[in-house]
Design a binder for this molecule. Sequence first.
Ligand SMILES: Nc1ncnc2c1ncn2[C@@H]1O[C@H](COP(=O)(O)OP(=O)(O)OP(=O)(O)O)[C@@H](O)[C@H]1O
Length: 677
Amino acid sequence: MKEKELPYFSETLSSLKKAYKKLNNEVKVQDKSFKDLQKYMIDYKSELDKFEVYDYQQTLSMIDKQGYAQVMELEQVKKLIYSPYFGRFDFVYEGESLEDAEPFYIGRYGFRDEEGTNLIYDWRAPVCNMYYEFELGQAYYEAMERRFVGNIINKRQIKIENSQIQYVIDSSLTIQDEVLQQTLNEQANDKMKTIVTSIQREQNKIVRNESAYNMIIQGVAGSGKTAVALHRIAYYLYKYRDTLRAERIFILSPNKVFGDYISSVLPELGEQPIRSFTIDELTVNLLPAAVTFTPFETEMKEILSNPTGPLAQRAKQKANYAFVKRLQSFLSDLNNRLLKNESISIADVKFEADYLQQRFNQYRNEPVVMRIELMVDDIIQVLKSKRGGEGKLPSKSEIKNRLTKRLLYKNPFEIYKVFIKTLDENAFKFSKKNFEFNDVYPYLYVQLYFKGIKTYELVQHFVLDEMQDYTPIQYAVLAKVFECKRTIIGDFSQALLPYETISKEAFQEILPKLEYVELTTTYRSSYEIGMYAKKFMRTGELDPIARHGKEPEEIFYRSIDDMIGILQGKLINHWRTTAIICKTEVDLQFIKERMTVPFYILDGHTEKFETGVLLTTIQYAKGLEFDYVIVPLVDAGRYETDFDQGLLYIATTRAMHELTMLIDHSNPSKLLRSDRA
Ligand SMILES: Nc1ncnc2c1ncn2[C@@H]1O[C@H](COP(=O)(O)OP(=O)(O)OP(=O)(O)O)[C@@H](O)[C@H]1O
């Protein structure tokens, strides 16, 4: 089989090498002209007039841009020389004979030789959809608004590394199991990998979906949601390369480490890196500069360490969809009360209360401040027509001031406080101009009503990961801030907050025009770990991929010293990354003080994901994966409630190859019992 592929392979490789040489020379020439021009501008600085300087600067910037594009291309060709393609399929167009079958080689990027022949097709090209979508037999693809029908008569998976063919597998399956297995058997890395060589059919559908305005992906732990969302971005950047820019994509990620972990996927796929933002970073931009807030990460940490305490209670009251409805109906009623029921005389013309209220209602889709502006314009019109141009009219700002004085509440803060009183006096804690995080988005919603909010109009695609950790009111605000296509991913079973947050039903209300997709196969964990973790899942299905490994172990300890001894013993292993995942920050500190071997801490201060031994909490481990996971201090006190069960689900599903639970012998968690109700 390998032999059959050799001629095409050497032809492609030599074309690639030729292209590399040519591009490399061009880059050098560009580089030289840039430097020469720069030197010329410095040498003749005093003799150049400002127009000449402007012209030269423009030329420099053009060379710079061209040079950048060439360097990117060179980089791609270099990567293709290392591994030009990963698959091939032969397609016979309908009506043609078998001899006319056309081979398509599919790679990470596309490549044409000097004559313009497509030697490698980019995995995102329309024709390559067939590779992921169909088995041998009838197939089709769509391009240029046409459907091309035919038959796939041959399909191969080709592994090439270091410019050498490693193996070739012929198969009738969409994506061969062997290749997927091999990929999944690899050890964890400090950066997320691309999955182009083995995207599964259900994942491919999401990557290439263009119809959804709001795409919600509910996927079990390890189902590839994050990977799929990033490949979807890469697909969009390819498909809409003339109109979509990488810097116009906004990724909201749970924390900085996670942002770092996913940062290399897009560059690996030949696209510009996209910086992701945390909700705290975004919130700073949305709130007025004078008000501060407790960061989401800090508030979450506190709630996790005391899930039934007063802070959790306050946050809980604002976390469900009923709260949004209540706030909406409060604001809707306020429309009839906000403007005091009084007439007003301006320049001897009387404006009745009814007229004012009717104008105020007319503009109900605008923020209050804007409504007042529009009413001022109306009043001026009336004054002009009634007074027939006689006498001086009051200024706009005078009229605006008079109308504003008639507002029952003068700012969003006052309104929010009144609203909260209708809910529960104790639900709001505001001191020293500092909001608790759970109040920030409800407040922003009121601000939206009263004076509007900063919007990200330039953003063309909004991506949000870990959707279950956000509340309906946050989505209601985000929907206004990012009015563009959205890809929202998460897993309701992996909720970190100990109360109801967003749900499928609430999504349907807040984000109309949505497509909801579910992924139930987990690729991350071995079959044995997947089955073990499944018992902690609160709802839904989970189908682990048939990749076998060691059964998870449950080790019972008799004292804390005993547990630390066992734990440290387990750290002597062959895995690249081992994570000790604690329930809370307090537990992390407790273990940290007792450990005598080297390890890293992964918490809110961590910016980069390191391999090695990591001590962390569930809050920071989520979204990430490790070869080996150890869950310490599994006792009945710590892991007791339904919510704790969800936490065990998150912790255990971080493991790819091996999992150890360290359980208190005298007080084991009941959640471990497989016969529990
Ligand atoms: N088609 C695939 N081929 C190869 N590997 C895959 C595939 N799909 C997913 N994976 C791997 O499975 C692991 C989990 O993927 P990812 O982190 O995207 O899942 P997730 O659904 O976001 O998980 P979680 O909800 O637990 O954070 C990654 O190592 C990813 O590379």
